[in-house]
Design a protein around this ligand. Structure first.
Ligand code: 5GP
Length: 209
């Protein structure tokens, strides 16, 4: 008999603005309802349609800085004048219960996670081409040209961090990208390191023969 895994996998997903991360994540979570999506803390204002505690935990700068001082974050970063951070407590509890946890964070935060949790699985999502990213950002029609150019410039900088990641997923279509991520997670779940503790009794039985 195999046992449930003892420790959850920490999954980090990053990618440039406009690549379609949220859509891919929604699809992924509908396929893998057992994954816990970590809701980040941020000091930025909620956008239309965003709910506190669902999309983000929206806090003031003072509250966020208090959390930094009390070392309540696994990682945090400043992105376009706002703080974003991952609460250590919630994800630690989930991982200890054997639940996989998904973080959707930018590249500086991902670098911190890699350093603090070397077993984390880091996935970077890119569009098929840079032109496609530009087309998608223009297609949103919610931002003016200078904001779009800023996002494209930032994306170029983010691409330089790709070698830090374990996997690169090309979002040519949401089903394909989701399928690739599901395959990555399936393979990660088969690692000997993951499975050995699950079959410990079996191994002890064989050794006793
Ligand atoms: P947005 O303001 O568009 O929701 O997010 C801006 C950026 O912040 C995105 O690249 C997103 O991945 C990143 N982000 C969201 N939550 C966190 C977090 O907890 N930590 C870090 N480092 N980045 C985050």
């Amino acid at each position: 008999m195999t046992k449930k895994k003892t420790k959850g996998t920490l999954i980090v997903l990053s990618g440039p603005s406009g690549v379609g991360k949220s859509t891919v994540i929604a699809e992924l979570l509908s396929e893998r309802e057992d994954i816990h999506f970590s809701v980040s803390y941020t000091t930025r204002a909620p956008r239309v349609g965003e709910a506190d505690g669902v999309d983000y935990c929206f806090v003031s700068r003072e509250e966020f800085e208090g959390m930094i001082e009390r070392e309540e974050f696994l990682e945090y970063a400043k992105y376009v004048d706002n703080y974003y951070g991952t609460s250590l407590k919630v994800i630690q509890d989930k991982l200890d219960q054997g639940v996989d946890v998904l973080l959707e964070i930018e590249v500086q935060g991902a670098a911190t996670v890699k350093q603090k949790c070397p077993d984390a699985v880091l996935i970077f999502v890119i569009p098929p081409t840079f032109e496609e990213l530009s087309r998608r950002l223009h297609g949103r029609a919610t931002d003016d040209e200078s904001v779009i150019q800023g996002r494209l410039e930032r994306a170029k900088k983010e691409y330089q961090h790709i070698p830090l990641y374990d996997y690169l997923v090309i979002n040519d279509s949401v089903p394909n990208a989701t399928q690739e991520i599901l395959s990555i997670l399936a393979a990660e779940g088969c690692r000997v390191k993951q499975r050995l503790p699950m079959i410990q009794t079996q191994i002890e039985g064989v050794t006793a023969l």
